[in-house]
Design a protein around this ligand. Structure first.
Ligand code: ZN
Length: 331
């Protein structure tokens, strides 16, 4: 059995035997989860038709393209073939962002944040047909509340046809409140202003949503920590990065007294653990950083994800970008 089919089977077993999402997390669509017998009952594959293309990870184009969430298909269609499924808030929280325009790959999308979870994760709901008009940024929202109608909106390279309508669902962490400043300094962005402020996909780092949706008693902090470390960097800061202030449970040591950090990342680029250091060896100038260790077993995937350069030894484009965004409030 391949790894992927084993993963699908494990999920199927979890769905069949556990009181699902009984605590803090709800399934993010109105589909009756009691009818979920097989992952194919909820996954909406790409035109490749491969079920795993709807999962999180390097699941597209023969492992060359990353998918930062899961794609959940509709179960009810109107006579014109458009979804009737509602999109629901997965956890209690509040509205962080509403984008009612079809101006990027996410199409119409909503971001919620969940400060009452063990870790204040965001959830993101994309390709929506219609957003609940009463949804306002800052307003509180209860788990299970309808926030939109499922759709297939996207201004990406290729349109999503209505027979492939789905909810793209993400769970993850916000890299930095300094993102807008970082974005403005990038020469390649001169012709494309940031339309989504902090809720731009480049500033959001997702994890496998099934770590949360597939768990019996989801604990968001435990789910983040369950991800294996793939590589580490050291950095020297002038101020405490806002990431450490926002997610203090991901750091250890005295943030107030240090200006040196050892930061461990997952393969997809999520900072998992920050350790305060006395110093770095060799010493780094303020605002600089260096790649330290990497897990050789994850090397191929790190290169595909551009966390490592093709040489397999130096930092790749994505690692550079994420570290620079993280440092944007710390120089
Ligand atoms: Zn998707």
């Amino acid at each position: 059995m391949s790894l992927r089919s084993r993963r699908l089977l494990l999920l199927l077993v979890a769905l069949a035997t556990t009181p699902l999402f009984a605590t803090e997390v709800s399934w993010p669509t109105s589909m009756d989860r009691a009818v979920l017998r097989d992952p194919e009952d909820f996954l909406q594959p790409t035109i490749s038709g491969k079920p795993e293309s709807a999962l999180f990870g390097m699941v597209r184009e023969e492992g060359k393209r990353f998918h930062e969430g899961i794609d959940i298909k509709p179960v009810a269609l109107n006579p014109a073939g458009e979804p009737l499924d509602l999109v629901l808030a997965a956890m209690d929280g509040h509205v962080a962002y509403v984008n009612p325009h079809v101006n990027g790959p996410y199409g119409k999308y909503v971001v919620l944040i969940h400060p009452d979870a063990e870790l204040a994760v965001y959830t993101l709901y994309a390709h929506l047909a219609k957003i609940e008009p009463t949804l306002k940024v800052g307003a509180g929202i209860r788990r299970g509340t309808p926030i939109a109608l499922m759709g297939h909106t996207s201004a990406g390279v290729s349109a999503i046809t209505k027979d492939r309508a789905h909810l793209h669902f993400e769970v993850g962490l916000l890299l930095s409140t300094g993102f807008n400043n970082w974005y403005a300094t990038q020469p390649e962005n001169r012709k494309s202003p940031n339309q989504h402020s902090l809720w731009n996909g480049q500033n959001l780092i997702g994890m496998d949503p099934l770590l949360v949706l597939g768990a019996k008693n989801p604990n968001l902090l435990a789910a983040v920590r369950r991800q294996p470390v793939a590589l580490s960097v050291v950095m020297r800061t002038a101020k405490t990065p806002d990431f450490v202030k926002r997610y203090p449970m991901l750091s250890r040591g005295d943030a107030a007294r240090t200006s040196h950090w050892y930061v461990e990342f997952s393969w997809q680029g999520m900072p998992l653990r920050w350790t305060a250091l006395e110093t770095t060896d060799p010493a780094l100038p303020v605002g600089r950083w260096r790649l330290m260790e990497l897990d050789q077993a994850q090397r191929a995937q790190l290169i595909q994800r551009k966390m490592l350069a093709p040489d397999g030894r130096s930092a790749g484009e994505l690692l550079q970008q994420n570290v620079e965004i993280l440092l944007s409030t710390a120089r």
